[in-house]
Structure formats: C-alpha cells, structure tokens
Design a protein around this ligand. Structure first.
Ligand SMILES: Cc1cc2nc3c(=O)[nH]c(=O)nc-3n(C[C@H](O)[C@H](O)[C@H](O)COP(=O)(O)O)c2cc1C
Length: 161
C-alpha cells in the first residue's frame, strides 16, 4: 500500500521526543538529531533507533558498534537544528558543542545535554528506507535534573508521515 494523505495525518499525530545520537571510530565522527527512538526492553535494557539508510550516523553506529544517545531539554532547539546536517569535526567539539569520549564505548558525550546513555549495538534490522538499530545501554548519566525534555511537538519540525 502506498503512503497517502490520511496515513500522513495519523503518523504526524504520533508523539515523539528529540535526541542527539553521536558515534565515533578512532578517526571519524558522526552526530545527528533523531526522533524515531524508543526503549524496547527492560531486561536487558534495550533501545531502538531508526536510522536513515545511507546516513553517516547509521554507517558510524555500525562501524563503531556503539553510540551515545542524548536527551535534549526544552530551549535546546539550536543544538537540535545544528545536527540536522553532517557534524563539523573540531578538536574537542562537534559543530561547536564540546564532548568527551564515553568510558564504556568511546562514543562522544556532549557536556551541555542534560541526560545521556552509552549503548552497544546488538542487532540491525532492515526497515524500508531506514534501518532499525537495537542497542543495549551500558552506561548512563544525568547532568541536569531539573529540565523538561524537548518533544517534537514543541518545535515547528516534522519527521514522519
Ligand atoms: C525533526 C527531525 C527528526 C529527524 N529524525 C531522524 C530519525 O529519527 N532518524 C534519522 O535517521 N534521521 C532523522 N532526521 C534526519 C537527520 O537529522 C539528518 O539526516 C542527519 O543529521 C544527517 O546527518 P548524517 O547524514 O551525517 O548522518 C531527522 C531530521 C529532522 C528535521
């Protein structure tokens, strides 16, 4: 069945968050803002991310076998929009945002984002024009307790439909 206007209207009423995903090998980095992300298991603690086929972030998550997922806070739309395009790599920063390597996977962790987890990729399933990456949480941190997470519906952006 081909997508049609009603599908789009329904899909655009799904509720999503906004997250920054970052991954690195020894010499390459990628970071992207994503919204198709969810927890999928309590035990072990698994999440899934749908990453666009051909994107740098999918390639890097698969090469590294790991990534860091960050929650954005309300008011951090500027960081979100910075990672709609490929990340600019600087010494200790990506697109101007400072990071340090995560202790479990080496994935970039951004200091100004309020909560993060490091995950190891356990499976990747083809899913149409995206790939469903399933990953296990191996470390996590909360750096700012008193924030409200940024939801897609708080922004003018769409991804879906
Ligand atoms: C609101 C919004 C949500 C997005 N969500 C996703 C997503 O869930 N998965 C994805 O692969 N790309 C998503 N993107 C696109 C990525 O942000 C963009 O393709 C990526 O940052 C490009 O970088 P890359 O090709 O270097 O990975 C979204 C874009 C927007 C505007």
């Amino acid at each position: 069945m081909q997508p049609n206007e009603v599908h789009k209207q329904v899909l655009r009423r799904f509720t999503y968050g906004l997250y920054i995903v970052a991954a690195a090998t020894e010499s390459q980095y990628a970071a992207a803002t994503v919204t198709w992300l969810s927890q999928v298991s309590f035990d072990p603690p698994l999440i899934m991310l749908a990453l666009r086929n051909g994107s740098r972030i999918l390639d890097m998550c698969q090469k590294a076998g790991a990534c860091a997922v960050h929650v954005l806070a309300k008011g951090q739309e500027q960081i979100a929009s910075s990672f709609f395009k490929p990340a600019r790599v600087e010494k200790d920063a990506l697109s101007g945002f400072r990071f340090h390597p995560g202790s479990e996977t080496g994935a970039p962790i951004f200091s100004e984002l309020p909560a993060w987890c490091e995950v190891k990729v356990t499976k990747a399933h083809p899913a149409g024009d995206h790939t469903l990456v399933v990953a296990e949480i191996v470390d996590a941190g909360v750096t700012h307790q008193e924030i409200s997470p940024l939801a897609l519906r708080d922004t003018p952006w769409h991804y879906g439909g």
